[in-house]
Design a protein around this ligand. Structure first.
Ligand SMILES: NC(=O)c1ccc[n+]([C@@H]2O[C@H](COP(=O)([O-])OP(=O)(O)OC[C@H]3O[C@@H](n4cnc5c(N)ncnc54)[C@H](O)[C@@H]3O)[C@@H](O)[C@H]2O)c1
Length: 262
């Protein structure tokens, strides 16, 4: 029996670890050809592991904030697999600092990667999808911080609110071409990013101990009562890329154990 994404090609950015690697594994397991990309070369090991499991997987190092590298990435995907059907804009970065310490360079980095990077990848993915004219699915990784800004991260919150704006605007533009554009808002997901968050917020808020902030938040604020995993997120992404979600577009969906209910 055909798997859900047999014959489809998915590009996944930010796939060298964490949420992106889990998404890549999910799509590969469900039959997709996958192109994993990230700014660091751990993506090659991710692709190799997927190939070892029998998947069609390729990797490319690319910086999503640089238009030429993004163009190369989608050209690479088309050259390898013929066409692009699904694109997951998941690459993201964060820094945490008090307002008096936050630099212009930090602001620019976060906006360039998290918001412009999503836009540039969507732009190239849509151009690829228009060539075959069979529609497609774009999923953009936002954050709980696209619902509510957290302390010491105004740039990150702005960048993720921006992802929702990009998602809604593009969804309206390409809907008639049967291209859906949706965003997801992960909550506290156990990845390298959260290890940094835990340490930095813990330090600035006081009383830091390794894992302490995450455990405290999970205990007090996450109704489901546990930290999220990449697999919790990848299930939602796969649904949004599937035929079952063909009538869902322009939406932003939380995947956070109930942390934020809006
Ligand atoms: N972990 C969480 O709790 C959490 C919560 C909400 C949202 N998110 C979002 O989920 C996404 C994945 O985060 P994660 O937790 O897996 O983090 P992570 O740090 O484990 O992975 C980040 C990925 O982004 C890539 N990346 C960074 N800068 C890049 C650039 N300029 N160009 C291309 N790739 C780049 C890295 O190489 C890596 O593959 C991010 O967009 C993040 O903002 C994470």
């Amino acid at each position: 029996m055909d798997k859900r994404f047999s014959g489809k090609t998915a590009v996944i950015t930010g796939a060298s670890g964490g949420i992106g690697a889990a998404i890549a594994k999910r799509f590969a397991n469900e039959g997709a050809n996958v192109v994993v990309s990230a700014i660091d070369d751990r993506v090659e090991a991710i692709a190799q592991a997927l190939r070892d499991d029998g998947a069609n997987a390729e990797s490319m190092v690319a910086d999503v904030s640089l238009v030429d590298e993004v163009k190369e990435l989608y050209k690479f995907a088309e050259n390898k697999f013929g066409e692009v059907n699904i694109s997951i804009q998941n690459a993201g970065v964060i820094t945490i600092a008090k307002i008096e310490d936050m630099t212009e360079a930090e602001w620019d980095l976060i906006m360039d990667v998290n918001t412009k990077g999503v836009f540039l990848c969507c732009q190239e993915a849509i151009a690829c999808m228009r060539k075959h004219g069979e529609g497609g699915a774009l999923i953009n990784t936002a954050s709980g911080q696209a619902r509510q800004g957290f302390i010491y991260t105004p740039h990150y919150a702005a960048s993720k609110f921006g992802v929702v704006g990009v998602t809604q605007s593009l969804a309206k533009e390409v809907a008639k071409e049967q291209i859906t554009v949706n965003a997801i808002c992960p909550g506290i997901i156990d990845t390298d990013m959260w290890t940094y968050n835990d340490e930095k917020w813990g330090e600035l808020l006081g009383g830091y101990e390794p894992g302490g902030l995450m455990n405290d938040w999970v205990e007090k604020q996450v109704p489901i009562g546990r930290v999220g995993t990449g697999e919790d997120v990848s299930g939602l992404v796969a649904f949004l890329a599937s035929r079952d979600a063909a009538y869902i577009t322009g939406q932003t969906i939380n995947v956070d154990g109930g942390l934020i209910m809006s």
